[in-house]
Design a protein around this ligand. Structure first.
Ligand SMILES: Nc1ncnc2c1ncn2[C@@H]1O[C@H](COP(=O)(O)OP(=O)(O)OP(=O)(O)O)[C@@H](O)[C@H]1O
Length: 642
């Protein structure tokens, strides 16, 4: 290779010197994998100073190797091209080798390599450790794990100008079949490169896995729902009777299968792994594409699963992680986190879905009524239609009428002179959600009833009737039946709204608080954050007057305060501790809390965190924090961010 200037760290050169004189190095001076490789090179009698000896297989041997690895080449080439584009601005070559270290295909580098380098990095050249000494490709084949070999870490001095990052590729039967490598002829940092190579190799493995196994159903799964559809998802293929055909490497790890052997895996049935029968999963998911359902493994661990019928769509998702969308909590199956009343509500809702039956959701503030309503819309046949929410308590009586029914041009003067369609008309083809319906003035109740009976709406100031077709969901935290009895709510409207009544229990009565904590941490993209048992116990004992909304806020603040560490009592705010000490003084008496929290600090931390998770999208951050965009802009200014 070239004699380009090298930038090897003195520490590696010193370790190398020490190794060549004494046959050993001080512990930690170089990576263990490199030291093991140096030892092998010594044992194999490789001369550190020997000149480059090009090992290149014949054209016929290369043709045979390429033929043997036909499928690998076909599936790897698009990934290599993508990888090459990602690093196009650098002087790098992308290389795919077989399991003996012979290059099957290489891309890039032609504009900066000399003839000798070009041959060394072209198809047919071998980088087996036996004759090239320590190098990324050859050493990865022996170590079977990803590795960067930089400068003087190469055993032969001839290769000291090289920097290479290689990753092993395992085949559908989990045997090592290839390496993917990126090499350059000068010493530049390879940290970022190694990550890119790992992702490309994983993509190739996933493609190989899906292309190599025949089955009826693929389950994509992960302990965190937002990881489904990414490179890190587990994939298991089943026959239509639930017999396991194969799992990818991430899947084996997640399912704790201690065998990578396909034949042994085939003795396993879905029912041995999960706590629901295969048939009931099929029934639950039905033909609903892309639905993510929470299941439990037989060892009790929660896992989220998405089903893919293979005869319809035989390819794995290749969404790159950067574009992974946040999991929406508005998913009926995700809302069913284990409480019996909630499970029953979800089942009942599923039975009436898309049957034009109005749903009335009742429950205290913050129990998740709106989230449920949204999830019903998402699961319904009209989910592609509009979702229109109206808060009947938030608008003065005079405005709610115009808001709901719309108005004709000329109906008002001033700013509202031009006509506007009302929310009911806007919901045509979708779902109308009437929140706080118990606060709707009596006068409007009659008009709403007429719309529901006649399925037409007449805007204010108009004589025209407009046909409308929408699903109706209403919610209230008032006891609507009592309002009917006291004459404040029309009984005929009550029965019209109440095709199915869903009562959401307050958080203190739910049996799935711990699971809800995990769901919320997942929504906050903090599923890996731990919570101390002490905090879990405090949460369990609390009465949660603000229900899940309060739990969500307490967790969000604790996450900001913990800043990546496990959430402990130190991260509970004084407000929460005070509230808790009123109801459970004994539990909270000895709790160590942080110094009184500076509210401004807390707000700033929460904003910083949200700006990070929402990649600086101000509207999304404002939504997440429940503040207006103007307030957020003002805060960002004071923080020196905007
Ligand atoms: N099942 C759930 N999983 C995760 N978070 C939830 C869940 N239910 C509710 N939440 C959280 O609680 C907040 C309040 O939920 P939502 O607005 O749906 O409650 P609500 O009952 O409609 O409240 P209100 O009666 O005050 O309007 C949500 O923004 C969300 O943060």
């Amino acid at each position: 290779m070239s004699n380009a200037a090298t930038d090897n760290t003195p520490a590696i050169l010193q370790a190398r010197q020490e190794f060549l004189s004494n046959g050993s190095v001080e512990q930690g001076a170089i990576a263990e994998a490199i030291e093991r490789s140096w030892r092998r090179c010594l044992a194999n009698g490789i001369d550190t100073n020997s000149p480059q000896s090009l090992e290149v297989v014949t054209a016929q041997e290369l043709a045979l190797k390429r033929e043997k690895n036909q499928q690998l080449l076909k599936l790897a080439q698009p990934e290599m091209e993508t990888l090459n584009e990602q690093i196009a601005h650098t002087r790098n070559v992308v290389i795919l080798t077989d399991d003996e270290g012979v290059i099957l295909h290489s891309l890039g580098g032609h504009h900066f390599l000399n003839e000798e380098q070009r041959i060394a990095l072209s198809a047919g050249a071998s980088w087996n450790e036996n004759h090239r000494g320590t190098n990324a490709i050859g050493t990865v084949l022996i170590e079977q794990s990803a590795l960067t070999v930089q400068g003087a870490e190469h055993f032969m001095a001839y290769h000291h100008s090289l920097s290479c990052s290689a990753v092993p590729i395992f085949g559908a039967e989990n045997q090592l079949i290839a390496t993917l490598d990126v090499s350059n002829d000068f010493n530049m940092s390879q940290q970022h490169t190694l990550a890119l190579v790992k992702m490309s190799a994983q993509m190739i493995e996933n493609r190989l896995f899906m292309a190599s196994h025949k089955g009826e159903i693929a389950l994509h799964f992960h302990a965190r729902p937002e990881f489904i559809g990414t490179l890190w998802e587990g994939v298991a293929i089943f026959t239509d009777s639930g017999q396991l055909v194969a799992t990818n490497r991430s899947g084996q790890f997640q399912l704790s299968l201690n065998t990578s052997n396909t034949a042994s895996q085939q003795a396993i049935n879905f029912n041995n792994l999960f706590d629901v029968p295969f048939a009931s999963l099929l029934r639950q998911v039905g033909s609903t594409d892309k639905l993510i359902v929470p299941l439990r493994l037989n060892n009790g661990a929660r896992i989220y699963v998405q089903m893919e019928p293979l005869n319809k769509k035989p390819q794995i998702s290749t969404t790159p992680p950067a574009t992974v969308k946040r999991t929406s909590a508005a998913n009926l199956d995700l809302l069913d986190s284990g409480d019996a009343k909630i499970s029953r509500a979800v089942q009942q809702i599923k039975q009436v879905l898309s049957r034009d039956i109005p749903i009335l959701i009742q429950g205290e503030t913050g129990v998740g009524k709106e989230l449920f309503a949204r999830a019903i819309h998402e699961a319904s046949a009209q989910h592609k239609g509009p979702w229109v929410a109206v808060n009947c308590a938030a608008l003065p009586e005079g405005l709610i009428e115009a808001e709901l029914f719309g108005y004709e041009e000329g109906a008002f003067t001033g700013a509202r002179r031009k006509g506007s369609p009302g929310k009911i008309e806007q919901a045509n083809g979708g779902t109308l959600f009437l929140d706080e319906i118990g606060d709707m003035p009596l006068s409007l109740q009659a008009r709403l009833l007429r719309v529901l009976q006649e399925r037409t709406v007449t805007p204010l100031g108009s004589t025209k009737t407009i046909p409308v077709n929408f699903s109706l969901i209403s919610a209230t935290n008032l006891k609507l039946k009592e309002k009917v009895e006291s004459g404040e709510f029309r009984s005929d409207l009550y029965y019209r709204l109440n095709g199915l009544s869903v009562a959401l229990p307050p958080l203190r009565e739910r049996s799935d608080l711990q699971a809800l904590i995990d769901v919320i941490l997942n929504i906050e993209q903090a599923g890996a954050i731990e919570i101390t048992p002490e905090v879990r116990a405090i949460f369990q004992a609390h009465t949660w007057p603000g229900n899940i909304r309060q739990l969500h806020n307490v967790l969000r603040t604790a996450l900001a305060l913990a800043d990546g560490a496990a959430i402990s009592t130190l991260h509970l705010t004084q407000d929460f501790i005070d509230e808790m000490s009123l109801s459970k003084p004994s539990l909270i008496a000895n709790v160590a809390t942080a110094n009184p929290v500076d509210l401004d600090d807390l707000t700033n931390q929460a904003i910083r965190r949200a700006m990070q998770t929402e990649a600086g999208n101000v509207s999304a951050v404002a939504r997440q924090l429940g503040i207006s965009r103007n307030t957020l802009y003002r805060k960002l200014k004071t923080m020196g961010i905007a």
